[in-house]
Design a protein around this ligand. Structure first.
Ligand SMILES: C[S@@+](CC[C@H](N)C(=O)[O-])C[C@H]1O[C@@H](n2cnc3c(N)ncnc32)[C@H](O)[C@@H]1O
Length: 375
């Protein structure tokens, strides 16, 4: 059953169609490139296991091949729409005409939103009173792309969500240091960690400013956070202190996600929950190229190997890609053949909540997701 609901966050709004149980076996997935059978030897460089700190000096490693997965595909649950009406300091006030108006703590923020094809619900004078507007219409970096109509604002400000404190941040990429639609996954993860009755290990790939890592750590998990950007890791550590989690067991690793997980596989490290939120395109610290359409099958394949025997979930989110959620759903099911459990996939949406944060309006889709759970 869906476990994401926690307060107003992560509510399932659309009843899900129970998919057929696997009676018919589809032909095995045939990706480009070579594959090896389950249980076959690992890469020829299996003995190499540099510590994460060595990664900057590590040579380019060969990527291991995909494993041919056999067995039934997991049961499916599609479409699953995971909806947030906000949580803590965040809610979506209104959207429309290609923009969204969001509340982040004390500030109202206007950002472009291509999905918002409908008209704005609130009058223009409400939108005009925003504290920050992303313009993106200059060549300048950072703050130059933001306009502050009421008064000049600093680059950061304090925010709180699901019991963790962190900094909101006006970045040049129009992000604000947190992806609040992820609240649905984070609430689910928090509940898993809190109710597991044993210490869980969580791996957060492409972890950005660390909000998910902090939610997991605050709930009692041992966390490994991986991101290619030193700057983002710095922000995440700052957020750790703000959340008073300095002593929490979090490994902050600045590395290429693919390289890191291949090493973890060779080392035999295992995790109970894996979150992976890859961009469409990205670069590792040594210029390693991440291309979602090219590398996602292998990433999921390795993540499967990194799941502990009693793992509680593998969660994938995908933004800004020209694909249906079925693309990642079917990939997840093929990857998890023979593992049992359930693959549920769909979209993460945020429901408008009005000026008071309590008046439900239109649903704004933000991303696709697919997650495997053991039951
Ligand atoms: C969309 S953000 C992830 C958002 C985050 N999971 C959250 O919900 O707050 C993408 C992150 O991936 C990182 N990244 C890009 N390419 C990478 C790579 N090859 N290996 C590891 N991290 C990478 C970026 O530095 C960035 O922080």
């Amino acid at each position: 059953m869906q476990k994401a609901s926690a307060g107003k966050a992560g509510k399932v709004t659309k009843p899900v169609k129970a998919g057929p149980r696997e009676a018919d076996r589809a032909a095995p997935y045939k990706p480009r490139g070579s594959r090896r059978s389950e249980g076959a030897a690992q890469t020829p460089r299996a003995t190499e296991a540099p510590s994460p700190d060595d990664s900057a000096r590590a040579p380019i490693e060969p990527q291991r091949t995909l494993i041919v997965r056999t067995g039934e595909r997991p049961a499916e649950r599609v479409p699953l729409i995971l909806e947030s009406q906000g949580a803590g300091d965040f809610h979506l006030i209104d959207s429309g005409a290609g923009e969204k108006l969001e509340q982040y703590g004390p500030y109202r923020v206007v950002r472009p939103e291509a999905q918002a094809l409908w008209p704005k619900a609130l009058p223009a004078h409400v939108w005009e009173k925003a504290d920050a507007i992303f313009t993106g219409d200059t060549d300048e970096d950072g703050m130059g792309r933001w306009k502050f109509p009421r008064e000049a604002l600093g680059e950061t400000w304090p925010l709180s969500l699901l019991g963790v404190d962190f900094l909101g941040r006006f970045t040049s990429f129009r992000h604000v240091g947190v992806f609040p639609e992820q609240i649905a996954h984070w609430s689910w993860m928090k509940e898993c960690v809190e109710t597991a009755g044993r210490p869980l290990k969580v791996l957060n790939l492409f972890g950005y400013t660390g909000v998910a890592s902090l939610v997991a750590a605050a709930a009692g998990a041992e966390v490994t956070h991986v991101d290619a950007s030193k700057k983002a890791i710095g922000w995440a550590r700052e957020n750790q202190s703000l959340s008073r989690l300095d002593k929490a067991p979090i490994r902050w690793i600045c590395d290429d996600a693919m390289k890191f997980i291949q090493r973890e596989e060779r080392r035999g490290h295992r995790y109970d929950i894996i979150l992976t939120d890859p961009p469409k395109f990205g670069r590792g610290p040594n210029g390693e190229v991440w291309q979602l359409f090219e590398h996602l099958p292998l990433m999921l394949d390795i993540c499967r190997e990194l799941l502990a025997p009693k793992a509680l979930g593998l969660v994938l989110t995908a933004y800004s890609i020209r694909a249906s959620f079925y693309s990642i759903h079917e990939l997840m099911r093929e990857t998890m053949r023979g593992k049992g459990g359930l693959v549920e996939s769909g979209e993460l949406v945020i429901r408008e909540a009005g000026l008071d944060g309590k008046t439900p309006g239109r649903a704004l889709s933000t991303s696709l997701f697919s997650r495997w759970v053991p039951k």
